[in-house]
Write a protein that binds this ligand. Structure first.
Ligand code: SF4
Length: 177
């Protein structure tokens, strides 16, 4: 397996990376989250993940931060609740970019740490992931449930052990509320 792992932040990634390491899988991390607002918050989450990837000697790829394009893409969905249509669109954008990059660089699988958060709708994420790879016959979206196998508990422990910055909102300006 050659895995490109879309990562949303360090707290959501740590337990998954530990589990993957136990399975002898060394993923490449892809930070592509133009949904995050404001930019200082984006930078903070990105720096934390980058530092963590370096400490584990894992390859890390930095995606673009074009929040203006993200806003255009979700236009008309600003008032949607979390887990609604705006989030479906947001997952779609991020996972399509992941699939595109994975196909370009010869990865066999993609997965996302978004799926580890109990605040998110797993079905929405899996649907976006499977659709994202649909045009790349060689690419698989790995829809493992990252909340099982004790990973949720491990997430909590690693968060404390590493002293990660733990944000209290999903990412976009509409999730402040
Ligand atoms: S609430 Fe989270 S998943 Fe939904 S649109 Fe905002 S950043 Fe994306």
């Amino acid at each position: 397996m050659k895995l490109l792992l879309h990562c949303c932040c360090a707290p959501c990634s740590a337990a998954i990376l530990e589990w993957l390491s136990e399975q002898n899988i060394r993923p490449t991390l892809f930070f592509y989250n133009p949904n995050i607002y404001p930019e200082e918050e984006y930078q903070r989450r990105k720096d934390e993940l980058k530092r963590y990837a370096q400490s584990l000697h894992l390859e890390y790829i930095d995606g673009d931060y074009r929040h203006d394009l993200w806003r255009q893409a979700i236009q008309g969905l600003e008032d949607e609740p979390e887990r609604g249509a705006r989030c479906s669109k947001c997952f779609k954008l991020r996972l399509e970019a992941t699939a595109r990059l994975a196909a370009e660089r010869g990865f066999t699988h993609i997965a996302t740490t978004l799926a580890s958060s109990r605040w998110k709708n797993l079905e929405q994420i899996n649907q976006a992931g499977h659709r994202a790879v649909a045009t790349y016959p060689e690419l698989v979206f790995w829809d493992k449930n990252w909340r099982k196998d004790g990973l949720s508990e491990r997430r909590r422990i690693l968060l404390q052990l590493n002293g990660f910055y733990n944000q209290n909102y999903c990412g976009c300006e509409f999730s402040f509320r």
